[in-house]
Every structure is written in structure tokens, then in C-alpha cells.
Ligand binder design. Sequence first.
Ligand SMILES: [Mg+2]
Length: 133
Amino acid sequence: MKRRPRIAIDLDKTIAHYDGWINAYTVGEPLEGAVEFIRTLQQAGWYIYIFSARAEDTVSKSVIQEWVCKHFPFLLDTQKIFVTNVKSRDIECFVDDRAIPFWGDYEATLDYLAEYVKKKEDVKEALAERKLI
Ligand SMILES: [Mg+2]
């Protein structure tokens, strides 16, 4: 049997509301459309990992697992819930609010980066202070 391709989905600001760190027990409500997004990926045959730096400690990891089970219970029909902070080799691709895609073209990557900076005022300010933009 062919193994399903793995996709890692970031948690905060990708599928969950995030307005700054509160504590390890607090994860924001799902963003609008997140449930449909995850369901679409599942139906397309992806094996879904939830990817978060928070998962470096076991308490946070179990809090996220519970959150995923609560908001995306249908995932358990086809897979286990995997929460990770490890960029494992078996993960095909990542969806992240802070990702810049690289498709083999550095010029295009710089364009994506410029778009990203435009959207992120705090990054723009930090770069401007160093006169990099
Ligand atoms: Mg994020």
C-alpha cells in the first residue's frame, strides 16, 4: 500500500487565532475556514501533522492534541493526531503563516519576501531600523 503524503500545518495564525502568548494551556479558536481547509486536505489524501514550536514541551503538545481532537474530530477517522515541532524528512510540505516558498528561483523568493515584509509591519520596522529596506 502506498504511503499517504504528509503535510504539516502550522497552528498559531494558520489554523488558530493568536494574539500573543498567554500560556501553554491556551490555544485560540480555529480561524474561519480552518475546519473546511483541513477536511479538504484529508479528503484529498494528505496525512496531516500539526506543526508548532509549542510542541517542544509535553504539556503544550498534549494541549494541542486535545485542541485538534476537539475542533477536527473527523481526522481521527483516517489517522492518528500528530503534533510535532520537528521538521522531519517524511513531511512533504509545510503550510505556515511565516513561510516564504522557494521554487528554485532566488529572484522570485526575494519577491515573496518583499510581499511578506509588506504585510508584517513589525518585520518592516525592524528592517527599516537597520536600513535594510
Ligand atoms: Mg504561525
